[in-house]
Design a protein around this ligand. Structure first.
Ligand code: SF4
Length: 376
């Protein structure tokens, strides 16, 4: 009962803010802190995925991860970021940071967001289970979403991720997280669809839905971005194959009952998949709120409006870790002016949630998708 009241309260507070973000984008004021933030807390990664070169870059030259923001720096930074409702901690592989749980727990304590989202390659079984248990200890009422990457079944996944034995580890982490049995923990799976696995995507979807049955299952079409160090690569292959796979995925996931955060995510995702499907045919532009409602803080302190635009608003270290000062700086304002001036057709799923929330035309459609999703 308390949970329902708290969720309704958060939704109302959010609804009250939405017109202000529209004004912020149109007129430049009031300057509001972000609704959703991503922290790329490390450039370290132990995989050599075919769709992303972060791991290969680090494994070939580990010095790229020297000088990342420390736990102490995050302790000074978090009180200055406002109250984002959705916070993602990614990498690289975020669990490679020995202080990972301490960083997330610090944010949970100081910021108390509605949702903390952690994508992981699930290669570090014991470390992941111990870190999640520790985070849950100090989580309060936030929801913790842990999304395990899975791009194929068995040896297919291992080959795609360049990590022998990764598939078995994903299954072990999945089962271990489920065994924690904490209602605040959403155990999810995230798959990337590319020319390397589109032919076997049915087997992947069947395995995830029938064998694992995660609380949440989301799909991305492989993207080339500066963040992934894979610009210029051909990852997608034949368009019609991708569209068919995307349609099959939506049909399957729609049959499953969801509730709470996964149900909300599914409503946003269905809208996102519909746009991604259209985008496979020709670019779909949208009104972008990067730098207004969303941003990404990179491992060395740079703040990007988002990872598709890869435009720096400054480095928090140059502002003595006072994020609010950076957010109000002339450089941040200049980035925002460019966001408004240049139409965006990016396919960032997290950013798309905020963009849709701000688009009043999308709201009835989102509500319909949410209500239509069957509840357990
Ligand atoms: S997708 Fe994740 S696991 Fe794979 S190389 Fe990139 S950061 Fe590493």
């Amino acid at each position: 009962m308390y949970g329902a009241i708290a969720t309704a309260g958060s939704a109302l507070r959010l609804a009250a803010k939405l017109p202000l973000y529209r004004t912020f984008r149109r007129a430049g004021f009031p300057v509001l802190s972000p609704l959703a933030m991503s922290f790329v807390i490390t450039d370290r990664c132990n995989s050599r995925c075919l769709t992303c070169n972060i791991g290969a870059r680090y494994l070939d030259d580990p010095s790229v991860a020297d000088g990342e923001l420390s736990l102490d720096e995050y302790r000074r930074l978090f009180p200055r970021i406002g109250r984002p409702g959705w916070v993602t901690f990614s990498g690289g592989e975020p669990l490679l940071r020995p202080d990972f749980a301490a960083i997330v727990s610090e944010l949970a304590r100081v910021v108390r967001p509605q949702v903390i989202n952690i994508p992981t390659n699930a290669t570090l079984v014991e470390r992941t289970l111990a870190a999640v248990a520790r985070i849950l200890d100090g989580l309060g009422r936030s929801q913790l979403v842990v999304n395990l990457s899975l791009d194929g079944v068995g040896a297919v996944h291992d080959r795609l991720r360049g990590f022998p034995g990764n598939f078995e580890r994903v299954v072990a982490v999945f089962r271990g997280l489920r065994a924690l049995g904490d209602p605040r923990l959403v155990v999810g799976v995230n798959s990337v669809l590319s020319r390397f696995n589109v032919q076997v995507s049915d087997a992947l979807f069947d395995y995830v839905m029938d064998e694992l049955a995660p609380d949440s299952y989301v799909l991305e079409v492989a993207q080339t971005r500066a963040e992934y160090h894979n610009l210029g690569q051909d990852l997608r292959g034949e368009r019609e194959q991708l569209v068919r796979a995307l349609d099959g995925f939506v049909r399957r996931t729609r049959r499953v009952s969801r509730h709470g955060v996964p149900r909300l995510v599914q409503a946003f995702r269905e809208d996102y998949y519909a746009a991604a499907r259209r985008g496979l045919r020709s670019p779909v532009t949208h009104r972008c709120y990067a730098g207004f409602a969303t941003c990404t803080v990179l491992a060395h302190g740079e703040v990007w409006s988002n990872t598709a635009r890869a435009e720096s608003m400054g480095n928090v270290r140059d502002f003595e870790l006072d994020f609010a000062a950076l957010w109000r700086s002339p450089a941040a304002r200049a980035v925002r002016e460019r966001v408004v001036a240049a139409p965006c057709d990016c396919e960032l799923s997290n950013a798309s949630y905020s963009n849709r929330l701000m688009d009043f035309g999308s709201l009835p459609r989102l509500l319909w998708r949410y209500l239509r999703a069957r509840q357990v």
